[in-house]
Design a protein around this ligand. Structure first.
Ligand code: NAP
Ligand code: HSE
Length: 328
């Protein structure tokens, strides 16, 4: 079988995770699928920066080198912000490439249009890594939908916020120090105000809404509160009362079809399913008509969990069983 040629847009935490996992797994992938994987190019802004060595793979800052290469089959997108990511992926689709994205800022707004665009061009647009990091929530809801109806989705959708709240409670370190640690570990966004203001969790909630309900509520109607107002004194007081702060995003549909969403910190007790979800973990509770309630928990951010979600998408595209990569 011919080699599958791929390009990676972005070589930060996530892009590097994709590169490492594809290289670590290339022999297994060849054995399982018959395909060899050739990572042709990686796009960055600043080629003068020091990156992981990538023998045989060109690091470029010229998107046209990638988009005009007719041999590329699949593009992984892990850059930052709505644009130019959306335009790059539209163009890639028009050239016949499958696309896999981790970019929730872009996908919350343009996801449905991007998926339609891909369908119209006979390729796939996959987005598992946009929501809840390594937790396979997109695949799970997609699998439930033909036979069931989702009524409510709620959970912890921002790993950085959960990491900060956990550190403040367990180690009594101040907000800023905990945020700094999350940044060092590659959990936080390039602009971490998106994490702590609740915007990142809100965008993931909108991605889940589009998937589960086929639409999003009017964004203006969803109250969004971050963890930036939570103080260490507040966390300690809650602990004394055996309560934990959790940052929870919640969306449900009522009997009249009206969607109601909210994003913000809540205090919960030990009987709540989110009580024990600590650190960078995310958790998503899905309530449906037939299944009842299902909870998925796992790492919500970071190089390997996110890269693993994207490589899982890749393996689905190239026609092999989904593979959960457990590394590092
Ligand atoms: P990052 O560490 O800041 O890396 C971003 C990379 O993208 C860098 O290599 C940067 O180039 C490149 N880049 C940014 N804008 C670009 C542009 N306009 N043109 C070309 N290259 C560009 O970010 P990250 O944490 O890997 O996140 C990447 C994406 O994945 C974001 O959309 C983020 O929301 C999403 N995501 C992140 C995580 C996570 O755990 N970190 C999890 C899920 C999803 P330079 O190297 O030249 O700066
Ligand atoms: N900054 C995001 C988080 C990355 O902390 O959840 C994963 O989407």
């Amino acid at each position: 079988m011919p080699s599958i040629k791929v390009a990676i847009l972005g070589f930060g935490t996530v892009g590097e995770g994709i590169f490492r996992i594809l290289n670590e797994r290339k022999d297994d992938i060849k054995q399982e699928t018959g395909h060899t994987i050739d990572i042709v190019s990686i796009l960055v802004r600043d080629t003068a920066k020091e990156y992981l060595a990538t023998p045989g793979t060109k690091i470029t800052n010229d998107i046209q080198e990638i988009l005009s290469n007719p041999d590329i089959d699949v593009i992984f997108e892990a850059i930052v912000g709505e644009e130019p990511a959306y335009s790059y992926l539209r163009e890639a689709i028009e050239k016949g490439c499958h696309v896999i994205t981790a970019n929730k800022t872009m996908f919350a707004k343009h996801g449905p249009a991007l998926v339609k665009h891909a369908e119209a061009h006979g390729v796939q647009a996959r987005y598992e890594a946009t929501t809840a990091g390594g937790v396979p929530i997109i695949r799970t809801i997609t699998g439930l939908l033909p036979a069931d109806r989702v009524r409510r989705i709620r959970g912890i959708l921002n790993g950085t916020s959960n990491f900060i709240l956990t550190k403040m409670r367990e180690e009594e370190i101040p907000f800023k120090a905990a945020l700094h640690e999350a940044q060092q570990l590659g959990y936080a966004e390039a602009d971490p105000s998106d994490d702590v203001s609740g915007m990142d969790a809100f965008r993931k909630l909108m991605i889940l809404s589009a998937l589960a309900f086929g639409r999003q509520p009017d964004w203006q109607d969803v109250p969004i509160v971050g963890i930036d107002g939570v103080t260490i004194e507040g966390v300690q007081d809650a602990s004394k009362g055996r309560l934990h702060y959790r940052h929870v995003a919640d969306i449900s549909v009522d009997e009249d079809g009206v969607l109601r969403g909210s994003v913000g910190p809540v205090l919960i007790g030990a009987d709540h399913p989110l009580y024990g979800v600590d650190g960078v973990d995310n958790a998503v509770i899905v309530d449906t008509d037939h299944l009842g309630s299902l909870t998925l928990i796992g790492p919500g951010a970071g190089m390997y969990p996110t890269g693993s979600a994207m490589v899982g998408d890749f393996l689905q595209i190239i026609g092999k069983r989904e593979s959960i990569v457990v590394t590092g």
